[in-house]
Write a new protein. Structure first.
Length: 291
């Protein structure tokens, strides 16, 4: 029997309440103060709009190393019946060790199966398994690459926002994509859409950096992973990180409240073998004017 979103959110709420009781100290769990009330309001009135996907970060103390590893958590609406998005990071880890740690975490979570809450198990895994990566964080890049460069995975994230207007925000998006060697695009206007593709750890770092501390009207709608024994560059759909702007219509007043031409956007997606993403982003099947 199919499980409803309401049943999934009830399980999420119970798990969050359990985690808050297990990690009561200030700073152990960073959770938007409106997240739980929004879920509770929806569960009282399921006919209303879905609350945003629940996201939080948990500070995991690795006592032996006397450092903390931050576990970032994003729960899709149908979690725990689909996997959560998890990303562990620490300033004490080099990028390669951080990638290895997250690969191990993803493998462990996939071994648990779906249907049961697993965030506490993820926290415990990070606590129990981070020490070797922390101890090896000063290894030479040559020995590290010998361990892990067997297969590479291209990670592609499709991110939706109610709007993207502000110049300082757009600058942050482009600077971050360039720093992390990500290709894709940023569609400015209303709605706003971002696509980034590259190494998983770089995409996750981009997602973390742009949405914190207070970008509320944004969500990761879809993630693609493609494994290859060659270079991930051969799998990229975009050659650079593009500034995407189309003909717009609407009010060009002080708020710059204008809507982008989604027909042109659909054509762009189809040119990049991504026409199916239109329905994932907007909930309707796209159709060009000449079709």
């Amino acid at each position: 029997m199919a499980v409803t979103v309401q049943e999934c959110l009830e399980l999420q709420l119970l798990e969050v309440e359990m985690l808050l009781s297990m990690f009561p100290k200030k700073g152990e769990i960073n959770l938007d103060e409106d997240a739980v009330p929004r879920m509770q309001r929806y569960l009282r009135n399921p006919d209303g709009a879905l609350p945003p996907q629940l996201e939080c970060s948990i500070a995991v103390e690795v006592a032996e190393a006397k450092v903390k590893v931050e576990l970032q958590v994003l729960l899709p609406h149908r979690y725990p019946h689909i996997a959560p998005q998890l990303f562990a990071r620490s300033s004490a880890l080099h990028r390669q060790q951080q990638l290895q740690l997250n690969t191990g975490l993803a493998s462990y979570i996939s071994s648990l199966g779906s249907g049961e809450p697993c965030i506490y198990e993820a926290v415990q895994w990070v606590k129990d398994n981070s020490l070797p990566y922390l101890e090896n964080s000063n290894m030479s890049s040559g020995s590290v690459s010998k361990e892990v460069v067997v297969k590479e995975t291209l990670h592609r994230m499709w991110i939706y926002s109610h709007h993207i207007y502000r110049q300082e925000l757009r600058k942050k998006i482009f600077d971050c994509a360039k720093k992390l060697n990500l290709t894709g695009f940023c569609l400015t206007g209303k709605p706003g859409v971002i696509c980034v593709e590259g190494l998983r750890e770089n995409c996750e770092e981009f997602w973390s950096d742009i949405r914190y501390p207070n970008w509320k009207h944004i969500s990761c709608k879809h993630v693609e992973n493609i494994e290859t024994e060659g270079s991930i560059n051969n799998l990229r759909l975009f050659r650079s990180f593009e500034d995407l702007q189309f003909q717009a219509h609407g009010d060009y007043g002080l708020r710059n409240d204008y809507h982008m031409d989604l027909g042109q956007f659909l054509e762009f997606l189809k040119q990049h073998q991504s026409g199916h993403i239109f329905q994932i982003l907007f909930g309707v099947k796209g159709k060009l004017a000449n079709e």
